[in-house]
Every structure is written in structure tokens, then in C-alpha cells.
Design a protein around this ligand. Structure first.
Ligand code: KOT
Length: 825
């Protein structure tokens, strides 16, 4: 129900009052940024009421709580979404219009909180949205990085990283600092043992440590139209003793300086690596910092209202978003043993019943392992506990597999070969392991985690990822959202399965024309953005063919751009052949140290430069690299896409979630049978997508046998050979034959221990080109295209994160929702 404060006249007055209070100025004098802040604070007032009501309801109903532990929450902007969730967006938009203010311009004043890299962090944000909307009690637990994902600039075709100072105003309008809930986090030192004189029990404690104070900042997560406001709690670090005289007196000056520095660097920056492990000491510190603060808080909260700590699993579950928060397992053990004085078996039972783990990738370079030396130096007591967990687990393996214990220990031990293996710790320490799409979970069970699956089949399950329709349709594509509502009613906003009712309109000419018209308008909107931000003019009547995601070799942006080069050659050779104009749109950040990925960005930009300036092809192809791809511009990009490029090497993309966002916005998938693409095609039918390339089984089979020979393709296929030669003949590098030689070499020759063409680009090239021809052919028949697009939307229901979260809640977390009363009625 709309809160009275959002009634237009009241709202206008509130905004003006807020501007006066905050900035001592008038609406007429205020900048857009000041108006944005004022609107946030007006909304925040309402949100805080609901926030408190939610806390009250939790007290009364005492639900089980899920703690979603994640190093990344890629929320994107809050204002628009919060207004939508409060069902106040329309009213606020109108009120602003009456004050001559455009709501888009106000929303545009908000910095994107970019506290994540890509899919994994965005998934966490979608999950929080769904948890609140479904009424589950949840805390997101993470880190308040001062600098999130870097801002990307393209200069001379190269990626330049600029710091993302999202807190430049000093604070974020929707956050609340909660110093009263601060926690102390200890690093280093040694483990001291005291013996209790009466019981004879050994008591362990960390001594000689350095510590920092963890300060929580709470961000409200507003459920859709249900008065629920959950909390995303991100932790910042402050020094515990700022240069007290005391330290000087005790000669502890050095320690004081160190603690100050430690606090300062701890939360400074997000590691910008996607699907890659940063084996840096600071990263491990970050992990323990937010895990310890969160687990201490959760235990304390539980004990406020309950007395038996052994029943913690009835009221709390800790979900580990990949292995990054795996220290949850030993940290909870530590608290139960050292602070709650449970014995080992009791403590272990509590831990095993309250921890669950999601695996998001099988890429070997992402597998987290830490050298014992570093781990035990930084976290001596935690290491001791991990060692004991490992000792008991290896004992169990010895007993269970007397015949082949050595082999089992080699693959399953937590500590092995001088390293602590975090995935193994997460699996042993919890009751649940899940993959993020059917194919991915099968690969985990049959290959990556085969031994664990054989030991504990009951721990394994699949939870196919999802996305929130409230951000990626309702907010990102208002024209299509209205159109959908006109056809199936508005219930899809909280029940995406309602979209299936659209299927009857797939053959309806009027519906098809309306859909194509909406798509066209969204393409105009994006074309304008591209012109303003990239200075490239694109034709909204051309096919918008889009690949936006992190830049990684396994995602194969290189396959896409090589194909563009091939098409361009064809058009130059045969200008007389009909060709439906195509705009190839790329957006991708490469990790700062990932040289080959950065080279691919440079190649895309150089190819764009050549093709976009060649008037002889009459604009048949345009290539655009959208700078600084991020959540806020992503919403517009999905809305405008015709073709969704999901072309990873089969078996490598665990799920993908961009694929779902495109589908929901009526784009057709051009992809391999990888990750969730498999399920997308299962839902919509292969005839409404363009599937090509090696299957996961085929890729895995090749890999078992040492790869394949790309040289065969090079030698036997003139098209492929021509394109590859253009990488080293200066065609796209103003004569510089070396610029792209590494890319060329990577496709044809073994490289530093790697096979040639690890990602099977040449093996899939022709199949991809043929699939692209099918795309062009289909687009010639506008009705056929519109029909497939409408069917994609109609079959996107499964891919709501609401469905995913219901599955987690029922099958893993075993939780029930709460209800929060509307204070207005
Ligand atoms: C791994 C290490 C560091 C940072 C990120 C990762 C990571 C990201 N691992 N998997 N992902 C992606 O997670 C998404 C959400 O489940 C998947 O859709 C996607 O396929 C993964 O690559």
C-alpha cells in the first residue's frame, strides 16, 4: 500500500523541507545531486519504519534466519528499486515531473555500489531482493570496500582502470552506521593454553595478537510491497587504539602504528578478479575479518533470545557464497569451543548442521587454497582447529576406505601438500553442497567432487540460478513491463511463472508488432546512450547483437570478434550479397593483471575503429565497445538486445545469469549448451534459440585425451586462416605485426604449459558462423523473430530468483517466511 508520505503534494513538501534541512537552500537553487539526496532521505524515513516493524515481527515470530555470507554484493543503484518496492515509483515520478524534474536524471545521480565483480556478486544481490520479497528473514554479510570494482575507461582502445570512489560524499544515503554493534577481530600472535584447575580442561586463547574493530554499516533491503525490510550488513574496519599515550608509555608505539595501518588497508579495495584466486595475504585477512564479525554477531543475537547454543541450527543457517567465506566453519567452531565451552563433538554437530556451501565454478585457477605458513601465521587458533578437523576427517577416510585411503586422502584431505584447501573444508564442515545449474551440478558430482559425492551423496543438490524480475524488467524496461502487465496482469512482479500466459500472444500479429515497437524504442534509448558515451552512431533498425559480461578467455569474446572480422571479409569480397545490418555490442571489464584479456579488449576496439570507418560497407556492420559496463547501464543494454551471446566453451560457465536477463527482455540466445543455457533451451525450445558447438561431454573428452589440434582447422579452412593471419599482418594494428601475436599464438601453439586453443575457439568457429547465418535468416522474417522473442519471455518464468530462493529455503535452509503488518492500516 502506498504510504501517505508519497502522495504527491506531501511528497513535494517533504522533498523541499529535506533540501532546506540538508543544504539550507531551495528547490530552485538545488542541484540534481542535492535533490537526489533529498529524495533518498524521504524514502529512507519510510523504509526505517518498515525496518523497525520487521525487527519487531522477527522478535515476535522468532523465525530461522539465513546469513548469506559473501565477499561480494553487486547491488547496483538503490533509489529506483526502493521506490518500486514501496510501490511509490509512479507517484514520485509524477510529483517530480510537476516540479520539472526528470526522475531518470535524479536516479542517474546515484553512484553504482559496485561491491562485486560480476555474476557471483550480482547473484547475491538478486537473492537478497528475493529473500525480502518472499518474507524470509535474512542478513547479507559482507565488506564495505571503500573502492569497489574499478571504473573502466577506454583510451586509444586500451582499458584504463580508475578508482571507484563510491563513498565520495562520505557516506551513502541509504546506509546506517551502527557503531554500537562493533566487534573486535584478532590477527596473528600465538595460541596460549590455560588449564582449568577444577575441571582439568584445556582452554585455548589467542595471545600477542593485533586487532581491528569491525564497524557494521546496514543497508536496507526492501521487499516488494510487503513491508519487509531485511538488512545487508557490510563491515568496515577502524583501528582499536588510535595512538593512545598508553602505547607510547609501554613502548608499543610500533604496534599502534601497525594496527592503524591494518585497519586502513583491510577494507580499502575489492579484489577485481572474477573466476580467479587472488592468493594475497590481505585477501585472507578480509575473509576472516567479515566472517568473524558476522559469526560473532549471529551467535550473540541467538543467545539474546535463546539459552541452548546447541540448538543454534534450529534458528540460524550460514550460507557460504563460494569458498571465500569458508572460515565460517572454523570460526564458528572457535566460538563454540573457546567461548561457549562446548566439547568438540557437540560443537562439530552444531557447525555441520548450520553451514551450507554453493560452488560457482570449476575453473581450476579459481580453486582457493592457502599456504599453511601464511594461514597459520595469520590465524593461529583457526589453523589449529582446521588441523583437528582435517585429522578427524582423514581418520574417517582411513576407516571408510581401508583399500585406497591414500588416493582418497590425496583428493579429499583439507590440508594437503602444504596447502589448506577451502572447498574441501566447506564440504566437510557443512550439510549441503550445491551447484548453480543442472549441468554444473552433474559435472561436480561426476568429476570435480566425485569422491565427496560418493562419500556423502545426500549432501549434494542443484539450485539453478535466477535473477530478479523487479530490477531486470520492472525497473530496467518499463515499456516492456507495462506491455506484459497489459497482457497477463501485474502478478508477474512477484510470481514470474505468470509470464507463461504470454505464449498465446506469440502468433498474434498485433502483439508481435507491439513487441517489436517496444524493442525498437529501447534500441533508440541505447543508441542515444552509445552516442553520448562512446561517440559512435548506431542504427536502431539494425540487429543488436550483444555480449556483455566479464572478459575471460573461457567466455570467448575472442570467438565473437574473430567472427566479426570474418563477416567483414565476406562483405568486402561480396558487396552484392544481401546482408541485414548488424550492430555488435560488447561490454566487459578485464581484471587489471590479466594481460591477454586486456589484449582482447584492444582487438575489439581496433576492429571497431577499422570497420566503423569503412564507408564502403555502407554501415552493414558496426562494432561498439561500451565503456564501464556495470549494473546501471546493463539494465538498458538487456532491454535493447535482439541477440544474446552466450558462447562459453561448454562445461566452463557454471550457470551464467546474463543469459536469463536477456531472455526476460525478449532477446534470442545464441549459445553453446553450457551452464543454464541448457535449461533456457529446455524451457523455450531449441527452435527459439541458436545453439551451436561442442557439447560439455565432447570438451571434457578432448581434455582427457590432451586436447585437440587447432592447426588442422588453420590448414584446412581458408576463412579461418585469413582471419588469423589478420591478427599478425597489421590489418587491425596500423601495421604493427606484434600487437596481437600473443592472441594468434594462443590459438595455434602450446603456451607455457597450456595446450593450444585451450577454449576450442577454432573447433567451434564454423559452427558459430553457421549459427550466426541462421540468426540473420530468422530476422528477415520479422513475425518469426517476434514470435520467438515473445516465447522467450513467456518461458522465462523459471529463471526468477524468487523460484531459486524458494528452493533454497525449502530444501536447504528449511525456513518459513514471516509476515510484517502495514503500520498504515
Ligand atoms: C570466483 C572467484 C572470485 C570471484 C568470482 C568467482 C566466481 C564467479 N566463480 N563463479 N562465478 C560465477 O558465478 C555466477 C553465479 O553463480 C555464475 O553464473 C557464473 O557462471 C560463474 O562464473
Amino acid at each position: 500500500m502506498l504510504k501517505p508520505i508519497f502522495k504527491k503534494e506531501t511528497f513535494k513538501k517533504e522533498v523541499k523541507d529535506e533540501i532546506r534541512r540538508l543544504f539550507r537552500t531551495t528547490l530552485e537553487e538545488a542541484t540534481n545531486h542535492q535533490i537526489y539526496q533529498a529524495v533518498c532521505y524521504v524514502a529512507k524515513d519510510v523504509i526505517i519504519d518498515n525496518w523497525m516493524s520487521t525487527q519487531q515481527a522477527m522478535k515476535e515470530q522468532d523465525p530461522k534466519i539465513v546469513y548469506y555470507m559473501s565477499m561480494e554484493f553487486l547491488t547496483g543503484r538503490y533509489l529506483g528499486n526502493n521506490l518500486l518496492a514501496l510501490t511509490a515509483y509512479g507517484e514520485v515520478k509524477q510529483a517530480l515531473e510537476e516540479m520539472n524534474i526528470d526522475i531518470d536524471a535524479i536516479e542517474d545521480e546515484e553512484r553504482d555500489p559496485a561491491l562485486g565483480n560480476g555474476g557471483l556478486g550480482r547473484l547475491a544481490a538478486c537473492f537478497l531482493d528475493s529473500l525480502a520479497t518472499l518474507g524470509y528473514s535474512a542478513y547479507g554479510c559482507g565488506i564495505r570496500y571503500h573502492y569497489g570494482m574499478f571504473r573502466q575507461q577506454i583510451k586509444d582502445g586500451y582499458q584504463i582502470e580508475q578508482p571507484d570512489n563510491w563513498l565520495e560524499d562520505g557516506a551513502y544515503p541509504f546506509e546506517l552506521k551502527r557503531p554500537e554493534y562493533a566487534k573486535e577481530i584478532k590477527f596473528g600472535g600465538y595460541v596460549a593454553v590455560d588449564v582449568d584447575k577444577t575441571t582439568g580442561r584445556e582452554q585455548f586463547r589467542q595471545a600477542g595478537y593485533q586487532s581491528v574493530r569491525a564497524i557494521p554499516y546496514d543497508l536496507p533491503i526492501v521487499g516488494y510491497n510487503n513491508n519487509v525490510v531485511n538488512t545487508l550488513r557490510i563491515w568496515d574496519a577502524e583501528a582499536i587504539n588510535d595512538f593512545s599515550l598508553d602505547s607510547f608509555d609501554k613502548g608499543d608505539y610500533h604496534k599502534a602504528v601497525e594496527q592503524e595501518n591494518l585497519a586502513h588497508t583491510l577494507t580499502e579495495v575489492l579484489y577485481p578478479n572474477d573466476n580467479h584466486m587472488a592468493g594475497k595475504e590481505l585477501r585472507l585477512r578480509q575473509q576472516y575479518f567479515f566472517v568473524s564479525a558476522s559469526i560473532q554477531t549471529a551467535v550473540q543475537k541467538y543467545l539474546r533470545d535463546h539459552d541452548d547454543i546447541r540448538k543454534l541450527p534450529e534458528k540460524a543457517v550460514f550460507h557460504m557464497n563460494d569458498t571465500h567465506p569458508t572460515l565460517t566453519v572454523p570460526e564458528l567452531m572457535r566460538i563454540l569451543l573457546d567461548e561457549q565451552h562446548l566439547d568438540w563433538d557437540e560443537a562439530w554437530e552444531v557447525v555441520q548442521k548450520s553451514c551450507a556451501y554453493t560452488n560457482h565454478t570449476i575453473m581450476s585457477e579459481a580453486l582457493e587454497k592457502w599456504p599453511i605458513e601464511l594461514f597459520s601465521r595469520l590465524l593461529p587458533r583457526i589453523y589449529q582447529i582446521v588441523e583437528e578437523i582435517n585429522r578427524r576427517f582423514c581418520d574417517k577416510l582411513q576407516k571408510t576406505y581401508p583399500q585406497n585411503a591414500d588416493q582418497k586422502i590425496r583428493s579429499m584431505a583439507i590440508i594437503y601438500d602444504g596447502m589448506v584447501r577451502m572447498a574441501n573444508l566447506a564440504i566437510v564442515g557443512g550439510f549441503s553442497v550445491n551447484g548453480v545449474a543442472k549441468l554444473h551440478t552433474e559435472i561436480l558430482k561426476k568429476r570435480e567432487l566425485k569422491d565427496f559425492y560418493e562419500l556423502w551423496p545426500e549432501k549434494f543438490c542443484n539450485k539453478t540460478n535466477g535473477i530478479t524480475q523487479r530490477r531486470f524488467l520492472l525497473h530496467g524496461n518499463p515499456l516492456l513491463a507495462d506491455w506484459v502487465t497489459n497482457h497477463v496482469g501485474s502478478e508477474w512482479v512477484t510470481d514470474l511463472s505468470r509470464l507463461s500466459k504470454l505464449a498465446v500472444y506469440a502468433d498474434d500479429e498485433k502483439a508481435q508488432a507491439e513487441f517489436m515497437n517496444i524493442k525498437y524504442k529501447n534500441k533508440v534509448r541505447l543508441a542515444k546512450y552509445i552516442l553520448e558515451n562512446n561517440g559512435v552512431e548506431v542504427d536502431p533498425r539494425s540487429i543488436f547483437d550483444v555480449q556483455v559480461k566479464r572478459l575471460h578467455e573461457y567466455k570467448r569474446q575472442l570467438l565473437n570478434i574473430l567472427h566479426v572480422m570474418y563477416l567483414y571479409n565476406k562483405i568486402k569480397e561480396h558487396p552484392e550479397l544481401p546482408f541485414y545490418p548488424r550492430t555488435f555490442i560488447f561490454g566487459a571489464k578485464a581484471s587489471a593483471g590479466y594481460e591477454r584479456a586486456k589484449k582482447i579488449i584492444k582487438l575489439i576496439n581496433n576492429v571497431a575503429e577499422v570497420i566503423n570507418n569503412d564507408t564502403s560497407i555502407k554501415g552493414k556492420i558496426k562494432v561498439v565497445f561500451i565503456e564501464d559496463y556495470r549494473v546501471s547501464n546493463a539494465e538498458w543494454i538487456y532491454a535493447a538486445a535482439d541477440v544474446s551471446e552466450q558462447i562459453s566453451t561448454a562445461s566452463k560457465e557454471a550457470s551464467g545469469t546474463g543469459n536469463m536477463k536477456f531472455m526476460l527482455n525478449g532477446a534470442l540466445t545464441l549459445g553453446t549448451l553450457d551452464g543454464a543455457n541448457v535449461e533456457i533451451v529446455e524451457e523455450v525450445g531449441e527452435e527459439n534459440a541458436f545453439i551451436f558447438g561442442l557439447s560439455a561431454d565432447e570438451v571434457i573428452e578432448y581434455e582427457k585425451n590432451g586436447g585437440y589440434d587447432p592447426m588442422q582447422y588453420f590448414n584446412s579452412d581458408a576463412d579461418i586462416r585469413n582471419v588469423l593471419m589478420q591478427l599478425i599482418n597489421g590489418r587491425y594494428s596500423v601495421g604493427d605485426m606484434e600487437l596481437f601475436r600473443d592472441l594468434y599464438n594462443s590459438l595455434l601453439y602450446p603456451q607455457g604449459g597450456n595446450r593450444a586453443d585451450v577454449y576450442f575457439i577454432l573447433a567451434d568457429f564454423k559452427a558459430y558462423a553457421v549459427a550466426q547465418e541462421r540468426v540473420s535468416a530468422r530476422y528477415l522474417h520479422e513475425e518469426a523473430w517476434a514470435k520467438s522473442a515473445i516465447l522467450n519471455i513467456a518461458h522465462a518464468g523459471k529463471f526468477s530468483s524468487d523460484r531459486t530462493i524458494e528452493e533454497y529455503a525449502k530444501e536447504i535452509w528449511k525456513m518459513d517466511p514471516i509476515t510484517v503488518r502495514d503500520e498504515n492500516v
